[in-house]
Design a protein around this ligand. Structure first.
Ligand SMILES: Cc1cc2nc3c(=O)[nH]c(=O)nc-3n(C[C@H](O)[C@H](O)[C@H](O)COP(=O)(O)OP(=O)(O)OC[C@H]3O[C@@H](n4cnc5c(N)ncnc54)[C@H](O)[C@@H]3O)c2cc1C
Length: 83
């Protein structure tokens, strides 16, 4: 049941703001999301999505769609100090 209140203003439509909007909306709390950027970003800021993030998205019914849109990574190597 929607909660009768003025919309919560969320400034910034990055992952933090979008997650806040999603969580508030799940409880029926209206939100207004604004961002100073005039356009969506065209460069990647999330080459990888962590397993825990997927778990949280799964609880919200979003993980499967994200996996379908992504490229599964079965292994990785991290280099540091020239090694
Ligand atoms: C090149 C790059 C690669 C990355 N790769 C990964 C990765 O593979 N995996 C991963 O988990 N993370 C990755 N990250 C980190 C990830 O992008 C950040 O942790 C994440 O974007 C942080 O989210 P946020 O919502 O806190 O901030 P942001 O994504 O910075 O979003 C903040 C938003 O607020 C808006 N804003 C700011 N100030 C105002 C204002 N005064 N008024 C209105 N709007 C405002 C901005 O325009 C922006 O849209 C990467 C980052 C970069 C730069």
């Amino acid at each position: 049941m929607p909660i009768m209140t003025d919309p919560i203003l969320i400034i910034g439509a990055g992952p933090t703001g979008l997650t806040a909007a999603l969580e508030l909306s799940r409880f029926g709390i209206p939100v207004r999301l604004i961002d100073q950027a005039l356009h969506v970003a065209t460069t990647s800021r999330a080459i990888g999505v962590q397993a825990r993030t997927l778990e949280l998205l799964q609880q919200r019914g979003l993980a499967q769609r994200l996996i379908e849109l992504g490229n599964p990574c079965l292994g990785a190597r991290i280099y540091g100090n020239g090694k």
